[in-house]
Design a protein around this ligand. Structure first.
Ligand code: ATP
Ligand code: MG
Length: 247
């Protein structure tokens, strides 16, 4: 079964093409890792999927339902609910506690009673290992903890596809492990996820499919073994050599 289908997605800024005919599909429970150098269009792709940017052309289809095309504000809000997005810089609301950060959006959308939303948030806090921090404010939490709260917040809306944009790149190295462990745990619970990452080892071990993006195109797509061990394109080989030399 296909959960997400992206067909010929295109996006330009000021006449320069940033996404050129991006097409891929995902099955439920799959993890897609997207790698690629700076400026290759990875964030723009996630922003299009989350309807934070409007693509110029192309289709986004979730469970057979086409989400693009002449969308009203109301429709865009609905479209957004299919996807969750965890940002590089956590973006928690500083004036709210961890628990409130998680319950805010579901409560605005009327997704349950106060008690139900609270119980669900506590369950999510448990899942990211932070139940004891429910009443802490973001400034009282480490970067890794803030990112785990941001993940719980995204999960609270039960997205069909959870997207991560370099979820560990703003973290000190000793804090990346705890966030990657949470993402790995979500895979084991059959969450469908797209992870933009510079963590090659993580991509290799967690992803079902890896996409290497270069200059707005999918330069290479395959299993981690295909992309990392047997890349076909010269650009991919050069990128992987560069990534290896950084490690
Ligand atoms: N709102 C915008 N207006 C104009 N140009 C933009 C906008 N957003 C992105 N771009 C351009 O689109 C290109 C792709 O940007 P994008 O942020 O998607 O790259 P990326 O692959 O996520 O890079 P990085 O690894 O540095 O995060 C860049 O050249 C960028 O300058
Ligand atoms: Mg980016």
């Amino acid at each position: 079964m296909i959960l997400l289908e992206v067909n010929n997605l295109q996006k330009s800024f000021d006449g320069s093409a940033v996404l050129k005919n991006i097409s891929f599909s995902m099955e439920p429970g799959q993890v897609l890792a997207i790698i690629g150098s700076s400026g290759s269009g990875k964030t723009t792709l996630l922003r299009c999927l989350n309807f934070l940017e409007t693509p110029d052309a192309g289709e986004i289809i979730v469970k057979g339902q086409k989400l693009l095309g002449g969308a009203s504000e109301e429709q865009i809000r609905k479209n957004r609910l299919h996807f969750g997005l965890v940002f590089q810089n956590f973006n928690l609301f500083p004036q709210y506690t961890a628990l409130e950060n998680i319950t805010l959006a579901p409560s605005l959308l009327g997704l349950g009673s106060k008690q139900e939303l609270r119980d669900n948030a506590m369950r999510l806090l448990e899942q990211v290992g932070l139940r004891q921090k429910a009443d802490f404010y973001p400034y009282q939490l480490s970067g890794g903890q803030q990112q785990r709260i941001a993940i719980a917040r995204a999960l609270a809306l039960r997205p069909e596809v959870l997207c991560f944009d370099e979820p560990t790149s703003a973290l000190d190295p000793e804090l990346t492990g705890e966030v990657l462990r949470v993402i790995r745990g979500l895979k084991n619970k059959d969450n469908t996820m797209i992870v933009v990452t510079h963590e090659m080892e993580f991509a290799r071990s967690v992803a079902d499919v890896v996409i290497y993006m270069a200059d707005g195109v999918i330069e290479e797509m395959g299993t981690p073994e295909e992309v990392f061990e047997h890349p076909r394109s010269e650009k991919t080989k050069a990128f992987l050599r560069g990534a290896a030399s950084v490690l």
